[in-house]
Design a protein around this ligand. Structure first.
Ligand code: NAD
Length: 732
C-alpha cells in the first residue's frame, strides 16, 4: 500500500491520487515523497502519457499538511548533525517539486515538458498547497468549507517547501504577506481572488476541467523560469519593492517583538531570495527553514500548539466511558459568562435552556447570541436561516422545569457559595439522576460546592475564560469525588464546542488563575519598589506576553483583584505573602481607578475607552527609583513568577500531565507562546540554570522564588521535563 497511486486513461492523461493510508486527511511523510517521485518519473518517461492530474482520494480535502513528526525523524536520521539532516531532507523535497515544475522541459529553451495540474477537492494546507504551487495550474472545487493556505507561521515555522519562494514570486511580496506572515486561510473563491489558485469549478467538474486543461496544450513555463521575469511589486532594490520590505520588516518586528524566529526568517528568505535566481532562492529558503527548525522555540511551539493541543482535543486524558455527547444543556445564570456559554453551545447545535432569576435577565443573556449572529450576518458569514436555527435552540426562561431532559448543567450564577448551593439543589430537583452538574466558578473549591449536590460523583468544574466565544481553553476541574463519567461528559462537551480542554485537580485557583495571579502581583510589586512602569510593561511584551501585568489588571479590573486578595488573605491567614501588592492595589481602588471598566486604571483612556498611555499619577504615589533593574531581571521575575507556580501545580498533583500545563498556559493566559509553555521554557533554558536563577532571585527578591523541590531534584540530575514526564504524558 502506498499513499500515491496512478492510473492513465485512454486519452493519455494520468491521474495521481494522494490517499494517505490510515488517515482521514492526507499528510506528507518521508516515504510518501519517494512514492510521489516514482510516479512523476513514470509520467515523464512514458511517451503515451501527455500530462498528469494530482488530486486526492479523500472526499472534500486535498491535504492537511506535513506530518510534523517528519521533522523529528529527519533530525534523528542525521545523527550528530541534525541541521544537515534537515537541510538535505528539505532540499530533497525541493528537488522533487522542481522536477514537477520543470516537467522534463529543455533547461535552455524551455521547450517540451508535460503539464501537471493540481485538482483540489477541498482543504489544502501547508505542504498540501506547496505541492500544488509547484504544478502548472491549480484548480479548486467550489467547496465553501475548504480552507486553502499556508498556516505554518501559526505553529512557529514557515512554509519551507517552496511555498515562501513560489507564492512571493507568483503574487509579489506585498500580496503574499498576509498569506505567509499571518497564515491567512481562504475558501476557494477567495483563494482565486487572492491569486493563489487559478480556477474554481463546481465540485463534480473538477477532474474533467483538470483533464481538459492538460489536453489543451497549455504553456507550462513558470513566470520565474521565463527570461526577463520581474517579481510583481518589485524586488528589494526597486523603489516600490523597497517600500514593501521596509514596511514588512517594521511590521514583523512590531508584531512579534523579536521573539518569534519564524517570522523574521521568513522575511529574510523572501528578501534574499528575491535577489537571486529561482533555484538559489529555494536553497536560501531551505537554509532559513533549517535555521528555524533548529531553534528550540519552533520544536516547542510545534509540540504544544500542534501535536499536544490536538491530542488533548481528541481526548488524550479522557477516562474510559461511553460516548457522553451533550444533547441538551442547562445554563444557569445568564450574565456575562452564561450568555457566552449559551452562545457557544447553540452554535455547536446543542439545545440550550438558559435560566436566570428574572425573564428580563434571561432574555438579555439570549440577546448576546442574537447580537453575535447579527454581526456575522453583517460580515456575510451567517445566513438568516442559520440565525433562526441557532436562536431556536435557546430557550431563555426562569422555569426550572424546562431543565427536564438536560444531560449537562453549567452553572454560572454569582460567585457565592450560598447562591450556588441553592441553585444546585433547585436544579437537581428538576433534572434526572443522570444529569452531570458543572460549575463555572473561578475561585470556589469544587469539592466544597459539591457538598450541595445529591451526587458529588456527578459534580465537576467546567471553567470557561472570558470572553467565552473567543477564548480557546476550557479548564475541567475534578473535585475529590468527581467520577469518570462526569469527566468524560465535560471532555465530550468541550470537544463539541470546539475548544481545547485541560483536566486538573481541585486546588486554590485551579491551574490558569493560580499562575497568572503571581504574574500580575509581581508587576504590581515592582511598581511599589519604584521600577519604571513602562519598563515592567515593555519587559513583559518583549518576552512574548500579550499584555503587560499592569494592562492585564486594567482589563480584568482592580476591584476583582481586591476581591481575590481579600478572599486569599482570609483563606491563608498569616502566611499571606502579598501585603505589598495589596498596598498598591487597594490604593488604586480608593482612587476609583478600577481599570478599563472605569476608563481609568494603571493606564489612562479617552472617552471612547481607547487606551492612551500609562497613568502618570502613579509616579506621585510610587516614585520611580533612580536606579532601575536591567531588562532581563524584570523579565525573569515576571516569567519565574508564573513558571514556578506551574511547577508547584505539577508537584502537588493539580496538573497530571505537563502537556496540559503548557497548552493551557498558552491558550488560557497567553504565556509566551514562542516558548511552547512554562515546562517547555524550563527545558529550553535547562533545569540547572533555572534552579540557579531561582536561588539568585530568592536571595534578591524573596522566598516566593524558592526553587521547588521537584525542580531542584531535576536540576541536580540534569533532567528535562519532557524527557522525565513526556513518556507518562504519551502513555496517559
Ligand atoms: P454575572 O454577574 O455577569 O452573571 C451572573 C448571573 O447569574 C446574573 O445574570 C444573575 O442574575 C444570575 N443569577 C444570580 N443568582 C441567580 C439564581 N439564584 N438563579 C438564577 N440566576 C441567578 O457574573 P459572571 O461574570 O457571568 O460570572 C458567573 C460565574 O462565572 C461566577 O461563578 C464567576 O466566578 C465565574 N467566572 C467568571 C469569569 C469572568 O471573567 N467574569 C470567568 C470565569 C468564571
Amino acid at each position: 500500500m502506498t499513499d500515491f497511486t496512478m492510473t492513465t486513461d485512454a486519452d493519455g492523461v494520468a491521474t495521481i491520487v494522494w490517499d494517505t493510508v490510515g488517515k482521514s486527511m492526507n499528510v506528507m511523510t518521508l516515504v510518501a515523497w519517494d512514492d510521489l517521485e516514482a510516479l512523476v518519473d513514470q509520467v515523464l518517461a512514458d511517451d503515451a502519457i501527455k500530462g498528469a492530474i494530482i488530486t486526492s482520494g479523500k472526499p472534500g480535502s486535498f491535504a492537511g499538511g506535513m506530518d510534523l513528526n517528519v521533522i523529528a525523524q529527519m533530525k534523528d536520521m542525521a545523527g550528530d548533525n541534525p541541521a544537515k539532516g534537515l537541510f538535505d531532507g528539505i532540499m530533497n523535497a525541493h528537488r522533487i517539486m522542481r522536477k514537477i515544475e520543470r516537467a522534463g522541459m529543455d533547461p535552455k529553451t524551455n521547450k517540451g515538458g508535460k503539464p501537471f495540474v493540481a485538482a483540489l477537492p477541498g482543504t489544502a494546507l501547508g505542504i498540501g498547497l506547496e505541492i500544488p504551487l509547484s504544478c502548472h495550474r491549480i484548480i479548486a472545487a467550489d467547496n465553501p468549507k475548504a480552507k486553502i493556505g499556508l498556516p505554518e507561521i501559526m505553529v512557529g515555522i514557515f512554509p519551507g517547501a517552496g511555498g515562501t519562494t513560489r507564492l512571493s514570486r507568483k503574487l509579489g511580496a506585498m500580496a503574499a504577506s498576509p498569506l505567509l506572515l499571518e497564515g491567512k486561510l481562504n475558501d476557494p473563491v477567495k483563494a482565486k481572488a487572492a491569486g493563489v489558485v487559478d480556477e474554481v469549478v463546481p465540485a463534480d467538474e473538477l477532474l474533467s476541467a483538470a483533464k481538459a486543461w492538460v489536453l489543451s496544450e497549455p504553456n507550462i513555463v513558470k513566470p520565474w523560469d521565463e527570461k526577463g521575469y520581474k517579481m510583481p511589486g518589485g524586488t528589494p532594490y526597486h523603489p516600490a519593492g523597497f517600500m514593501t520590505f521596509v514596511g514588512a520588516s517594521a511590521m514583523v518586528n512590531g508584531k512579534t517583538q523579536g521573539v518569534y524566529p519564524a517570522a523574521k526568517a521568513l522575511l529574510s528568505a523572501v528578501y534574499e531570495g528575491a535577489m537571486v535566481p529561482f533555484d538559489t532562492a529555494l536553497k536560501i529558503e531551505a537554509r532559513w527553514f533549517t535555521n528555524v527548525l533548529m531553534n528550540p522555540s519552533s520544536s516547542a511551539m510545534i509540540r504544544s500548539l500542534f501535536i499536544n493541543k490536538e491530542a488533548l482535543e481528541k481526548g488524550a486524558n479522557r477516562p474510559e466511558a461511553p460516548d457522553q455527547k451533550v444533547k441538551k444543556v442547562g445554563v444557569i445564570g445568564a450574565g456575562m459568562m452564561g450568555a457566552g456559554i449559551a452562545l457557544v453551545s447553540a452554535l455547536a447545535g446543542i439545545e440550550v435552556v438558559l435560566i436566570d432569576s428574572t425573564q428580563e435577565a434571561a432574555d438579555k443573556g439570549k440577546s448576546y447570541t442574537t447580537a453575535h449572529l447579527d454581526k456575522g450576518i453583517a460580515r456575510k458569514k451567517v445566513t438568516e436561516d442559520k440565525k433562526e436555527a441557532v436562536l431556536g435552540l435557546i430557550n431563555a426562561t426562569t422555569d426550572y422545569d424546562a431543565l427536564k431532559g438536560c444531560d449537562l448543567i453549567v452553572e454560572a450564577v454569582f460567585e457565592d457559595v450560598g447562591v450556588k448551593a441553592e441553585v444546585t439543589a433547585k436544579v437537581q430537583a428538576a433534572t434526572g439522576p443522570d444529569c452531570i452538574f458543572a460549575t463555572n466558578t473561578s475561585t470556589l473549591p469544587i469539592t466544597e460546592l459539591a457538598k450541595a449536590s445529591a451526587d458529588p460523583e456527578k459534580f465537576i468544574g467546567i471553567h470557561f475564560f472570558s470572553p467565552v466565544d473567543k477564548m480557546l481553553l476550557v479548564e475541567i476541574i475534578k473535585g475529590k469525588e468527581t467520577g469518570d463519567v462526569a469527566v468524560a461528559k465535560a471532555l465530550d462537551y468541550v470537544r463539541q464546542i470546539k475548544k481545547t480542554p485541560i483536566v486538573v485537580n481541585d486546588e486554590r485557583f485551579f491551574y490558569a488563575n493560580r499562575c497568572i495571579i503571581p504574574y500580575i502581583n509581581e508587576g504590581i510589586r515592582m511598581v511599589k519598589e519604584g521600577v519604571e512602569p513602562a519598563l515592567i510593561e515593555n519587559a513583559a511584551k518583549l518576552v512574548g506576553m500579550p499584555l503587560g501585568p499592569l494592562q492585564l489588571v486594567d482589563e480584568t479590573s482592580v476591584d476583582l483583584g481586591v476581591k481575590i486578595a481579600k478572599a486569599t488573605k482570609a483563606a491563608v491567614g498569616d502566611a499571606y505573602p502579598d501585603g505589598e501588592v495589596d498596598e498598591v492595589l487597594f490604593w488604586m481602588f480608593d482612587q476609583k481607578r478600577l481599570g478599563r471598566k472605569s476608563n481609568a486604571g494603571f493606564y489612562t483612556y479617552d472617552d471612547k475607552g481607547k487606551r492612551l498611555g500609562l497613568w502618570d499619577g502613579l509616579g506621585a504615589q510610587y516614585p520611580v527609583a533612580d536606579e532601575q533593574p536591567d531588562l532581563i531581571t524584570v523579565q525573569h521575575r515576571l516569567l519565574f513568577a508564573q513558571v514556578l507556580e506551574a511547577v508547584r501545580a505539577l508537584e502537588e498533583g493539580v496538573l497530571e500531565d505537563i502537556r496540559e500545563g503548557d497548552v493551557g498556559a498558552i491558550l488560557g493566559w497567553g504565556f509566551a507562546p514562542w516558548s511552547g509553555g512554562p515546562f517547555s521554557w524550563l527545558d529550553i533554558i535547562g533545569t540547572p540554570y533555572a534552579a540557579e536563577r531561582c536561588d539568585q532571585l530568592t536571595e534578591e527578591f524573596g522566598a516566593r522564588f524558592t526553587t521547588p523541590a521537584l525542580l531542584r531534584e531535576m536540576a541536580d540530575k540534569g533532567q528535562e521535563f519532557y524527557k522525565r514526564f513526556g513518556a507518562a504524558a504519551q502513555a496517559a
